[in-house]
Design a protein around this ligand. Sequence first.
Ligand code: AHR
Length: 498
Amino acid sequence: MNRLILNADIKRGKIDKNIYGHFSEHLGRCIYEGYWVGEDSPIPNTRGIRNDVVEALRKIRIPVLRWPGGCFADEYHWKDGVGPREKRVRMINTHWGGVVENNHFGTHEFFDLCEQLGAEPYICGNVGSGTVHEMQQWVEYMTFDGESPMTTWRKENGREEPWKLKYFGVGNENWGCGGRMRPEYYADLYRRYQTYVRDYSRNRIYKIACGPSVDDYNWTDVLMKRAGEYMDGLSLHYYVFPGGRANKGSALDFTSEEWFVTLKKALYMEELIRKHSTIMDKYDPEKRVALIVDEWGAWHDVELGTNPGFLYQQNSLRDALIAGVTLNIFNNHCDRVRMANIAQTINVLQAVILTREEEMLLTPTYHVFEMYKVHQDAQLLDFNLVSEDYEVENDSIPAVTASASMTDEGEVNVSLCNLRHDKNVKLRCVFNSIKSNISNVTGRILTSDALNAHNTFEEKNRVRPKEFGNIELLNDGFEICLPHSSVVLLTIDVRDKQ
Ligand code: AHR
């Protein structure tokens, strides 16, 4: 029997809302068309930024946004992106499709976007091809409120007050597109660059070092040993490539075996976090330095007929399960994982929004973020889950994953994923709390009639959350039947015992 024992009196720490963060790069149609349409566009916008997209992202309470890359960040020279737009440098986006980047979306536009979204900005600086001086001046431009050449320039460009900037990344993937460095070399560079990422005025910067790719545990060890004391966060990048890096596989045309393999790969995030965190514990037992998973998500083949450098892919129920499983893992490791950024918000990789000119649709992944937003800044609850195995071709993974939290108001939310493609799963939930009784349980479910179900511009609501009934209240908890291939959110009303 599958069983979830929820210890509602044992809190395991706060689930940082930034775990529900996003990543948006100058890549394909993420920034341009996705957010930025320009002030003269017939698409309704506020100072050039699409209103429909902002409204949709506000609904999922996007807490933090990482920009401008990605690989783009280590080729980005911020001065190209400020000042009158018509005078901004037109450059080649060498990484992504070789298209012209007109720099119309730059620092000012990014902060405006974050203000419209109500999200914290997270800027990634250029270590790969940029200078220390350039990085130092960017921070000065954004955050200094005294008299200086950069402050004067910012004011000339229309911004009187400095912005508040907390999160700053010192390079991106410097083991790869960000300079192909060895960890020893990057650790030294990190120490040098971060010295000039200064706290001006009342601004306090939270510095994030480039961390490992997937299972490069040596990178984590070297970075923590040589530079750990100078960082607040260390990043981790992990993508799910269903068919492997070379032949990733179709976003929509896949078998049930491929469904299984994909979810097994999503579950691998747990092992990565555990192992990297154990190495970090060696140098930082207090867990002062956070693990920041600032790129994660599913990476499929690009949609046929689209620019291969634009990484545009559809998003199906399978992607929703990847999101549900991964966010459960992050919640459950909130002692070390204090930010994560799905790649990427709009029109690129595991997007939450797809756009086509003036149209916009919400993907199944969007709906998972919407359902799970109740976990943001809530207290993680202790639980024990016994799940049956989901077996395919002599391999097995757990059929069910979960996480649970309690809001400040005392509402308990449990997110559950049934990974099985073929079988509903009965789950008995036992509520262990000395102080409370369950008075009511409500639920929402995201599932569909096909494993590859997805939303299109012709049918925008094929996959969307519905009410979840069939909850049988028992003396010490409740019993439910989790439909196969589903993500479920249960909200439990608890009342104090008399
Ligand atoms: O998200 C796409 C790319 O994947 C990013 O630019 C890079 O950091 C990673 O390799």
